[in-house]
Design a protein around this ligand. Sequence first.
Ligand code: FDA
Length: 512
Amino acid sequence: LPHQNLLHCLSLSSNLSSSFARVVYTPDSSSYSSVLESRIRNLRFSTPDTPKPLVIVTPLITSHIQATIRCSREHGLRVRIRSGGHDYEGLSYVSKVPFIVIDLINFRSVDVDVENRVAWVQSGAILGELYYKIAEKSRTLAFPGGICHTVGIGGHLSGGGYGTLFRKYGLAADNVIDARLIDVNGRILDRQLMGEDVFWAIRGGGGGSFGIVLSWKLKLVPVPPTVTVFTVGKTLEQNAIKLIHKWQYVAPRLPHEMYFDISLNQINSTRDGKKTVLASFIAFFLGRTDELVALMHERFPELGITKKDCTEMSWIESIIYLGQIRNQPLEVLLDRDFQSPLTLPSFKSKSDYVKEPIPEIGLKGLWSRFSVKEAESGVIGFFSYGGKMDEIPESSTPFPHRAGNLYKIIYNVGWQQQDNINSDNYISWIRRIYSYMSSYVSKSPREAYINYRDLDIGTNNEGNTTSYARASVWGRKYFRNNFDRLVLAKTMIDPENFFRHEQSIPPLWKKQ
Ligand code: FDA
C-alpha cells in the first residue's frame, strides 16, 4: 500500500525516525481527525465523502519536509501543502488522487527587526501573529496584508494578498524581498539561489506549484499612530443604489491613504422586520477624523459622513475593527482557531474585476437577486482599486490586475455545516449572480483573483496533469499574460510536475 511504503521510507530516514514518529499521523492515530480538521477553513470540504489524506505530516524541522518530499516522490504520492488552510476550494487538504498533507503548523516563527523595517516570517504563521508581533515592537510600522487574521502566511503571500494598506503600498506579495523555498529535490533556495524568475513566480503565482515556501522576508511599512475608520449602512430607501453608483467614480480616485469598500447583505428591516438589503460603506484612512471628513465632504458629500461616524484607533486596532471581531483584546489575533465572522463555516466564493462603472440599472438587477432564500447568507463585496495599484506594472509580480481596474468584486455565500446537504442551492445562487454580472465586468478574459480560488473557471485534467492550452483557460483569468512566465518558472523549478493540483501551473515540454 502506497502509504505504508511511505511510512516505511520515512522511518528509514536516518536520524529522523524518533522525532518523525511524533509528527506523522495516519487515520489510525487518535489525533488524526483533530489535526486534519483544525485547519479546514471551509467545512464544505469536511463531509464523510470528502477524500482524506493517507498521512498528515506536521514537520518540526526542514529535514522532515525534505524526507517527506523524497519519500512521496519515490512512492508516487501527491503532496498537498497547508499553511493556514483558508483555500476557498480546499486544495491544501483535499485531492481526488491518493495524497498526503504537509501541514506547516510548526513553522510559524515571526522575527521582527524594527530598526531595518523587515520581518522574517514562516509560512505556517497566521496574519494575526505577524501583525501582533509587529505591533508589540512598534505602533507605527505595519505590513500590507489581508484583513482576516486567521489567514495563513504561506497561501496568502503565494496568491498576492490585499488588505487596508494595498492602495498605499500594494499587495502583500509586492512587499516580499526574499524567501526560502524547498524545491522538489529537497534543496533549500533563497532568492539568489532560486533565481529571479522563480522568486517572481512564488510572489503571486498561486500556492502549491513551485515547491514549499518555508519563510518570507517582508518589508514593513510606516503607518501613522492614529488611523480613522467608519462603517455607514444605507438601504434602498436611503438611496443606496445611487450612492454605490457614485462610489464607483469616487473611490478609485481617492488618495492612496484611503481604503474604501462596500459590502451588500440581507438584514431584517428595523421598520417592518421584512428582509431588505443593506449596503455598508466601510472606510479606513491613514490619517485623522478631521481630514477624512473634509475629504468625504469634498469628494462624496452624498454619503453625508460626519465626525460622529468616524472612530480613531491604532493600525493594529483597525485589524480587529475591520475583521469584525470588535470588543476583543489584541491577543485574539494570536488565536488561529477563531471563527472569522467574515464567512460562514461552509462557503463558496467567486470574483470579478470591474473596468467601467456599472449603470444604475445593472446595480438594481444585482439588488433584486437578493430576494431569494439562499441570499440570506450571501455577501457581495466591492473593493476599490486605484492608488498604488495603478502605479505597479502588470508584469511586476504574477498578479496582473493593476491599472485599468476600478474595483474587484467578491461574491460569497455561506451556510452552516449541517446544511451542507443543501450546498447545491447556495452554490447555484452565487453562479446565477455571476452569470448575471457577465456583461458588466472584465471580458476576454473574465479576470479573477487567485486567492479567491474558484474551480468553476477551469481546472487541470483529472490527476492534475494538464496541457498548456487547458491550463491557459483558467490561468489567463488569474494571471493574464503573466501566465506564460509562470509556465517558464515552473519548467525551471519543477519540470517533472511533482507539485500539482487542480489549478497548478503546468511545466512545458513534459510528456504528460
Ligand atoms: P492554505 O493553507 O489553504 O493554502 C492556500 C494554497 O496555497 C493551497 O494551494 C496550498 O497548497 C498553497 N500553500 C500553502 N502554503 C504554502 C507554502 N508554504 N508553500 C507553497 N504553497 C503553499 N485574501 C486577501 O487577499 N485578503 C483578505 O482580506 C482575505 N480574507 C480572507 C478571509 C477569509 C475568512 C478567508 C477564508 C480567506 C481570505 N482571503 C483573503 C483569501 C486568502 O488570502 C487565501 O485563501 C490564501 O490562499 C489562504 O492562505 P492559507 O495559507 O490560509 O491557505
